[in-house]
Design a protein around this ligand. Structure first.
Ligand code: NAD
Length: 387
């Protein structure tokens, strides 16, 4: 049973105001540098907002440099410290990617860890964190409800990924996206097929439309049809998709028969498409295969596939996570971390989401976690107070 409310001891730290020094009990937030990512967990503008809740903030030296934020750009109350200090002295540690297990021994054992732990993909993680006595909140477990929208890191990052997917495709494609009528001749617009019209897919549709492509899309959720059409794209109808409104907005796994019919429909469209962007995911499962190898072989040479689901098995049978592969002249980019390619705005949006989330657990500068709060309850994957 989770306790309904727990309070944690916090560090004492002198608060430097311009004229006097007052000793206050403050919750210390630590932001380590991401190890293999250019994003940072807290940007200067959001640190300024967060400081107003009475917390103190420390960043690891140069934590934000690769996102465009050097240490001097943070408010003067934010201290830049060594990684060892941040890990061992913080009450709350915020990262985009979880701190590697090899460093867990250096973390304050009472720290609260906030990160994208992805417990659906890494089912051992909660148990391992619990064994170490940490309290951990996984941002990907925040419910997709209206009230939690301002904390929805998955949506912020997926929207960037959808946008970037189209830009990557446009760069790789040996053709224009828009129709062009020039003195040297006319060029037809490119055809873009988007598979999976959730947050990333809808942003991909909007971006491809802005670039002037002809766009069609498919999703198994019925609600997606109207959203696709409202962006001016064509929705592909395939009868018989399973759609469960009780799945928290997420898609559910489809029957083998449906997947076969879907693959056949996709194949007939893929051969005419210049770009295919795939974003289809089913929470806690391998991504559905929507583009089998024989479909890719029927595509025109020069076409581009961007597979945003590559880290969970891929929607394209031939994609390799983190790689660009060439099959019969078709370029296939597997990348589920495209938000990291736009580190400045990705860090800004991530920080805003985290600020809104952290506000739920801070009262007058002190940690005050109410586990009856639906958002905190859903995202807490291990709680030291549980024993
Ligand atoms: P996701 O990343 O889990 O999946 C991407 C898309 O793939 C989804 O739209 C899904 O329906 C689709 N998909 C799965 N299997 C498919 C298949 N076989 N063929 C075609 N498409 C398939 O989804 P997401 O973008 O994270 O969004 C999940 C849900 O949460 C959506 O319903 C979205 O509207 C909702 N949402 C709600 C809020 C909110 O209310 N605060 C915020 C964000 C997202």
């Amino acid at each position: 049973m989770l306790p309904s409310k727990i309070c944690f001891e916090t560090n004492e730290k002198p608060f430097r105001s311009k004229s006097v020094s007052i000793l206050l009990t403050m919750t210390k937030l630590g932001i380590p540098k991401e190890l293999n990512d250019r994003r940072v967990g807290m940007v200067p503008a959001v640190a300024t907002k967060l400081l107003k809740s009475g917390v103190s903030i420390s960043i690891e030296n140069n934590a934000g440099v690769e996102a465009g934020f050097d240490d001097a750009s943070y408010p003067e109350e934010v201290t830049a410290e060594s990684r060892a200090n941040i890990l061992s002295n913080s009450d709350i540690i915020i990262t985009v990617h979880p701190i590697p297990k090899s460093e867990w021994g250096s973390i304050n054992p009472k720290a609260i860890l906030i990160s994208l732990f992805q417990p659906y993909a890494d089912q051992a993680i909660s148990g391992e964190l619990k064994e170490k006595g940490f309290t951990a909140f996984s941002l990907d477990m925040i419910p997709r409800t209206t009230i939690a929208q301002s904390m929805d890191v998955l949506s912020s990052m997926a929207a960037i990924a959808g946008y970037k997917a189209v830009l990557k495709a446009a760069e790789l494609l040996p053709r224009y996206f828009p129709m062009m009528i020039t003195a040297a001749g006319s060029v037809k617009p490119s055809k873009v097929l988007v598979l999976g019209a959730g947050v990333a897919g809808l942003q991909a549709i909007a971006t491809a439309k802005r670039l002037g492509a002809m766009v069609e899309a498919f999703d198994v959720r019925k609600a997606a049809k109207e959203e696709v059409q409202s962006l001016g794209a064509k929705f592909i109808e395939i009868e018989g998709a399973k759609d469960d409104v009780g799945a928290g907005g997420y898609a559910v796994a489809q029957s083998e028969d449906f997947i076969k019919r879907q693959q056949a429909e996709v194949q007939s469209r893929a051969s005419k498409s210049d770009v295919i962007i795939t974003t289809a995911q089913v929470r806690g499962r391998k991504a559905p295969t929507l583009l089998p190898a024989d479909t890719v072989r029927k595509m025109k040479p020069g076409s581009v596939i961007i597979d945003l689901a590559s880290s969970t098995g891929g929607n394209c049978e031939l994609s390799k996570d983190g790689e660009l592969v060439l099959v019969n002249g078709v370029q296939i980019l597997g990348n589920s971390n495209l938000a990291a390619d736009m580190p400045q705005d990705a860090s800004l949006l991530f920080s805003n989401n985290v600020n809104n989330f952290v506000q739920l657990m801070i009262k007058e500068g002190e940690l005050n976690i109410d586990f009856t709060n639906e958002i905190l309850k859903s995202s807490c994957i291990t709680n030291e107070a549980e024993g």
